[in-house]
Ligand binder design. Structure first.
Ligand code: GLU
Length: 496
């Protein structure tokens, strides 16, 4: 395809919804597949929703997820900058542009000034509701002569500008996911295009910008589908070529409702903080509403670029399935380098006061060993502190049944005393010492095999399962091994 230009156009609401990340991702995949351009535009015309730091948050979330773009709004050296020939890319900087196009529509008779007060509009809406009609603007100001309207504005009357839809006309368009769509203007509203504060509404700004920025494909969430006929009419009113539309199914929760912030985590940042890897979240989101022809599930961005197609985007909403996300995340954790997981784990361990920065710097090998023992069985990085408590805890609980099964026998005092004595003779209990330690205990006590390893494991970890005993010994270190062995002796002799 020639010169594909697509855009992601979020409003800076303060966070990037994972549904938004998926929209950005599909735009990205389509742009890269077609060697086109991907643009980030900020749609901040609703000044009542202004949130400090929201643009930075959006960009950082995209960067974290690995979704790169070519044009638009970026952060450089901590500052918001814009790059590309079609700027500004932040809508609040384009007010004069919108004004010019609103004036053009008014002159051509496709828009009109409306002086209706909020009170009047509320009253009309109320009456329409009571008589069972769909509430919409009743066209009160549609036919005010332009000169008269301009006079009223000069006198200081407040106004908005509305789209003047033709009466009873079918608006047709084609959506790559939804197919052909027809809506009659009698089912549409004379949409406000310019608000009384001089800011355009989304509907005007989006059409003007998509046209001026040369956007070829509009890929966005299906919540915008009902607005599209208005946009189509605007393209026609301006005499502009229409882009191709692709409306993506909504990301739903298990109750088939839109995934909303009220129910919990929906922002990219939330998932990052919960210990999801960016490639896992992106890989998972790609599959919410799309699947490749070969049904491959684990895919790198490059593979997705190759396989992606709008034809295979589903019409119905994709259900957000946390179990599947966990499965994909655990795959990426397992296949990541130990160093990477260690670096990601450190803030979580510090946060739980299990280690401090100094410890992290001085004990890389120890931390790698810890990560290696856990890596195979993690859903998220955030699970690391809790899953490593059996190492960090001063003392562990041993279930009574487990104790009876493995430690309530004559070998226990021999084994525990041998462990305590042997380890007390070792000054620096490093990994090499840990590797030969059980051999020494075997020689010292004559206890071997299952009778040696299982009771030791249960005594030291409180569990029959878990990582290699050598790793456990090394991770626990001398003091904890002695303490835990002494504790077992106490339980054995009925002291506790
Ligand atoms: N600013 C809109 C949003 O927040 C963008 C809609 C569109 O892509 O046209 O989702």
């Amino acid at each position: 395809m020639d010169n594909v230009r697509v855009r992601f156009a979020p409003s800076p609401t303060g966070y990037l919804h994972i549904g938004g990340l998926r929209t950005a991702l599909y735009n990205y995949l389509f742009a890269r597949q077609n060697k086109g351009n991907f643009i980030l535009r900020i749609e901040d015309t609703d000044q009542t929703r202004f949130v400090e730091g929201a643009i930075e948050n959006l960009i950082n979330s995209l960067l974290w997820a690995g979704i790169s773009y070519d044009e638009g709004v970026f952060i450089e050296n901590g500052k918001i900058v814009e790059k590309g020939e079609f700027g500004p890319y932040i809508q609040s900087k384009r007010l004069d542009i919108y004004q010019k196009y609103v004036d053009e529509l008014i002159e051509k008779g496709h828009a009109y000034y409306c002086f209706c007060t909020k009170e009047r509009l509320d009253k009309v809406r109320e009456e329409q509701k009571i008589s069972g009609q769909i509430p919409r603007y009743d066209g009160f100001c549609r036919n005010i002569p332009l000169e008269e309207a301009k006079e009223r504005i000069k006198k200081g009357e407040e106004y908005v500008v509305r789209l003047k839809l033709p009466l009873n006309r079918d608006i047709n368009f084609y959506d790559m996911v939804r197919g052909h769509i027809t809506i009659n203007t009698s089912d549409m509203d004379d949409q406000v295009l310019l608000k009384s504060d001089g800011f355009p509404t989304y509907h005007l700004a989006v059409v003007v910008d998509d046209h001026l920025m040369g956007i070829t494909h509009i890929v966005r969430g299906e919540e915008w589908l009902p607005s599209t006929p208005k946009h189509i009419y605007l393209y026609e009113a301006f005499g502009w070529e229409k882009p191709t539309y692709v409306h993506l199914p909504t990301v739903l929760n298990k109750d088939r409702k839109k995934l909303s912030k009220r129910q919990g985590d929906v922002s990219v940042e939330d998932f990052r903080n919960k210990g999801y890897l960016p490639e896992a979240l992106v890989n998972y989101l790609a599959l919410v509403g799309w699947s490749p022809e070969d049904n491959q599930e684990i895919m790198s961005l490059e593979e997705m670029v190759e396989k992606f197609s709008f034809e295979r985007v589903s019409k119905t909403g994709g259900i957000f399935d946390i179990d599947k996300l966990n499965w994909i995340n655990s795959h990426y954790i397992r296949t990541s380098s130990t160093e990477r997981i260690r670096e990601l784990a450190i803030p979580y361990l510090i946060n739980e006061n299990l280690i401090d920065e100094k410890f992290a710097k001085e004990n890389e090998y120890w931390l790698d060993c810890l990560v290696d023992t856990l890596k195979e069985n993690l859903n998220t990085i955030a699970e690391i502190p809790q899953k490593s408590m059996f190492i960090f805890a001063e003392q562990i609980d041993i279930d009574k049944d487990l104790f009876d099964q493995h430690l309530n026998n004559d070998n226990t005092p021999i084994l525990m005393n041998a462990i305590i004595e042997e380890i007390q003779n070792i000054d620096n209990f490093n990994i090499d010492e840990a590797k030969t330690f059980m051999k020494k205990i075997q020689q010292k006590t004559g206890i071997k095999g299952k009778n040696l390893f299982m009771p030791t494991r249960v005594a030291l970890t409180g569990s029959e399962h878990g990582p290699e005993l050598v790793n456990i010994l090394f991770l626990l270190g001398k003091d904890k091994i002695i303490n835990r062995a002494r504790n077992v002796l106490k339980i054995y002799s009925g002291i506790i």
